[in-house]
Design a protein around this ligand. Sequence first.
Ligand code: BGC
Length: 378
Amino acid sequence: MKKIVASAMAITMGLSLVSCGSEKPDTNNAPTSSQKKTVGISMPAQELERWNNDGEYLKSQFEAAGYDVELVYAGNNSSRQNNDIMGMIADNVDLLLIAAVDGTTLSTTLEDAKNKNISVVSYDRLIMNTDAITYYVSYDNYLVGKLQAQFLRDQLSLETTAGPYNIEFVAGDAGDNNAKYFFNGAYETLKDYIEAGKLVVPSGMTTFERVATPDWAVDEAEKNMKTTLKSCYADGETLDAVICANDSTALGVTKAIASNYTGEKYPIIIGQDGDIENLKNIVDGKQAMTVYKNVNDEATVAFEVCKRVLQGEVPTGKLTSEFAVPVNFDSETYENGVKHVQSYLLVPEVVTKDNLQLMVNTGLYKWDDDNKYLELVK
Ligand code: BGC
């Protein structure tokens, strides 16, 4: 059986989705104009590289399959997102695909969707406190943090050396359910080393609440790291590593290090996403690694799940075998306060300066003219 692959070209060259390995748009089940259905896509923010990519790619896939699409970005503002979604419900969309700004603020609005029989699929971030959502499509968020911590463990040879090494944590936005998974994945993997004194957290900030970064903002992460540097590292103390929940926070930390760090050893800075600026920092040795999530693969899985829901099917674990990339079906891990949400979880990868070619191989990135940095294929 041919596997479903993400098409790198669909977004970059305006071509249609190549699905199931065919060379033409997958229009087999495309609705005719009289029964054309509409998909409402709500993304958190256009400003962040990844959401822009997710939104455009999803739109291109649905349109190529014959659906109408309403795509909106919420500017990282949860009230705006609520209004956007209310508007799409009023427009009688057939399905809502939502990456929530704040997963805790949508339950009332989604009650209306449920009453109108509009299917809701939660994208990347789990929507909390509602039974209106039927599926959740994301990367394995806990594994993201775990991979970050395992990378650090290996870099510092924590199994074989005594340390102690100084480390700090920087988490994501507290309203984003993912952020806790990233933090817990990293913290729980390193906990034994912290308890054994091999790793020390000089700031004492070892809980998610204390290291959360509002809006995942670069500026906030920079400001917080400057404060930490000032209070704990002002006399040239070594900061060995910073685990940052994603690349925007890693960027803020890197800026703070550049301006306010006086230690001799440059810290191991770890992020997530594979944003262009961070990939440049990886080449330049300013960031050690990023956990890469190919958002076209994530969008492709979401698209396939939504397509089946729109066709009246009930996707199950069987669907996972149809994808060219590993996807796990999980009905236990993600509990949203009301129910365990059936989840399709993709598997993230570690990217360092040694395997940047892996990103080029996705077709989404290319080397620049000097073969030094990566750029987006656009
Ligand atoms: C996503 C990350 C992203 C972060 C900030 C998280 O929910 O999973 O990929 O970096 O939001 O937008």
